[in-house]
Design a protein around this ligand. Structure first.
Ligand code: HXC
Length: 517
């Protein structure tokens, strides 16, 4: 019979063993790769001393391939809860030092346990991924574990925010858990994500590609758009997670946190008057408009390097968390295409899931023409953005800074699809199409028959411009609530978002809609 003292020693020994994961040598090897350990990551993420671990002594049950002789307490994943800026979150952090962070039946059970707690208690779930995939020795049991996680990711979607950081390998089916979550962050040079790795790619398609080129942070933040943030290192990655959380509510029934805001009584921003150039075809950076409108340094851009003809991100205005969606005239004239529509739609849906009001800044000449766009389904993809705005019930405000042409006028949070307040700046042009194109179509005969066709065309272009390239036709109809000076826009927005803070809007009763995927 062990004494009480001996029993306590056993506990202490087990605790110490579990803290070491796969052991000193593997921890050193992890550090040599420029990576932190699973526990170091959790410590960085959470408020000091707030971590409560769950399942520290869990062990795998595999009896094949010699695994019965190899046990590591915790089985390759650190799970539990704690606080970030005093707000509860649940976290799992895969431990690459234990069987390469590979996912066993018990590893999956630990993750599922905290996912269920996160859902029941309404708090965000953060997954720190660093894993060689399915625990090969366990076979289908491991695949079952993945599916258990995917299923709960899906059930949790729209209930609690879910954020995934990729801090090492994430390959095969394992990629689908992060893919279902709301945001993915990747660390440059030490992480990658792909469904099939470079060797399989080589066999099947004869392409020679490195892991980094195939699925590194740079690839996924620029080419595929799979990741929302490409981070220079793990510390930056974790800081980004904390910043993201600061804009979000705990769950879908909660409001995003307000930050204390003291107005100096004058919200005029003169600099906004000078951003839109005199020449309607000259680009400008919509980020300058955003910076002028929102609280200082509060804009956190999401998906920065992907589809940069649309800008999306979180910000605060008068201390209130908002989602901003802006066309970007500095890239492709701010045109809507497949990638920008998908990017915008996904962001709008996140904000709507979690009660984050939307501010839309519009300067859009229309949809991008071309076979590439048509053959790759700009129709279906453009419809995603239209659908996302149309079904959003959060407070929605649009400011047309310059162009609002064609179908894109309707899509970009117009009054007709449920926006609450629609403003336009004096230089706004709201019309079916640009004046030249319009004149060429509707006055085709007249122009052709004129002695001087060029002069006639110009006359008709001027006439169309005079009539339609302004915000007043729309304002006469009430499609625009007010034409405002850029310098007054911040003050108007602060008031309007406050006015809308108790908005109640419901959708028709349904099982769920059928967004064009
Ligand atoms: C069991 C694994 C493992 C795995 C790695 N290890 N992956 N153990 N199952 N999937 C173990 C190694 O044996 C080694 O153990 C330790 O983890 C570190 O691995 P290394 O190979 O030494 O590390 P490194 O050189 O950094 O390479 C990392 C790696 C490589 C690229 C991830 O290990 C690898 O290719 N692993 C296999 C990946 C894979 O094919 N997974 C299955 C994919 S299919 P020791 O004891 O030496 O420390 C899949 C399907 C999911 O995941 C489907 C869901 C629907």
């Amino acid at each position: 019979m062990s004494t009480k003292k001996e029993k306590i020693e056993i506990l202490e020994k087990k605790n110490a063993e579990s803290l070491l994961g796969g052991g000193e040598a593997r921890i050193e090897s992890q550090h040599k790769k420029g990576k932190l350990t699973a526990r170091e990551r959790v410590e960085l993420l959470l408020d000091p001393g707030s971590f409560e671990e769950i399942g520290k002594f869990v062990m795998h049950r595999c009896k094949d391939f010699g695994l019965e002789k190899q046990h590591f307490l915790g089985d390759g994943v650190v799970t539990g809860y704690g606080t970030v800026n005093n707000r509860l979150i649940y976290v799992f952090s895969q431990d690459f030092t234990v069987f390469g962070g590979s996912l066993s039946e018990t590893h999956a059970e630990k993750i599922v346990k905290i996912m269920e707690l996160a859902m029941k208690n309404g708090a965000p779930l953060i997954g720190l991924n660093d894993s060689g995939g399915a625990r090969i020795q366990e076979g289908v049991v491991s695949l079952g574990g993945y599916a258990d996680i995917f299923y709960r990711n899906t059930l949790a979607s729209g209930v609690i925010p879910q954020i995934s950081a990729i801090m090492g390998p994430c390959a095969g089916g394992a990629v689908y858990s992060p893919a279902i979550t709301d945001f993915i962050l990747m660390v440059e040079n030490t992480s990658y994500m792909f469904v099939t790795g470079p060797n399989v790619v080589k066999t099947v398609t004869q392409e020679d590609v490195s892991a980094e080129d195939l699925g590194g942070a740079s690839t996924h933040s620029t080419k595929s758009g799979v990741t929302h943030f490409s981070c220079a290192n793990e510390v930056e990655c974790i800081n980004n997670i904390k910043a993201l959380l600061s804009y979000m509510p705990q769950n879908c029934e909660d409001d995003a946190p307000m930050v204390a805001y003291e107005s100096n009584g004058d919200e005029k921003v003169k600099a906004l008057n000078d951003i839109v150039p005199e020449n309607p075809n000259q680009p400008y950076d919509m980020r300058e408009v955003i910076d002028g409108l929102v609280d200082p340094q509060s804009f956190m851009e999401v998906h920065k390097n992907f589809a940069d003809n649309i800008v999306v991100g979180f910000a605060r205005i008068g201390g209130r968390s908002i989602g901003v969606v802006g066309n970007q005239p500095a890239s492709l004239a701010g045109v809507l295409d497949i990638d920008s529509s998908t990017k915008g739609a996904r962001f709008v849906r996140f904000c709507d899931c979690f009660n984050i009001p939307l501010l839309v800044l519009e300067d859009v000449p229309g949809f991008l023409p071309g076979t590439d766009q048509e053959w790759n389904a700009i129709i279906t993809n453009g419809a995603k953005l239209l659908y996302a705005f149309s079904e959003a019930t959060v407070p929605r405000i649009t400011v047309i800074t310059r162009k609002a042409y064609g179908g894109a006028y309707d899509v970009m949070n117009s009054k007709h699809i449920g926006a609450d307040m629609n403003y336009a700046w004096p230089q706004a042009e709201i019309a079916v199409m640009g004046a030249k194109g319009a004149a060429e179509i509707i006055f085709k005969k007249e122009i052709a028959e004129a002695d001087d066709s060029e002069a006639k065309l110009q006359e008709k272009v001027d006439e169309y411009t005079q009539k339609f390239a302004n915000p007043y036709r729309a304002a006469h109809r009430g499609y625009i609530d007010e034409v405002i000076m850029p310098e007054n826009t911040r003050a108007k927005l602060i008031r309007a978002f406050k006015m809308l803070e108790n908005k109640v809007a419901t959708l028709p009763k349904k099982k769920h809609g059928n967004i064009p995927l």
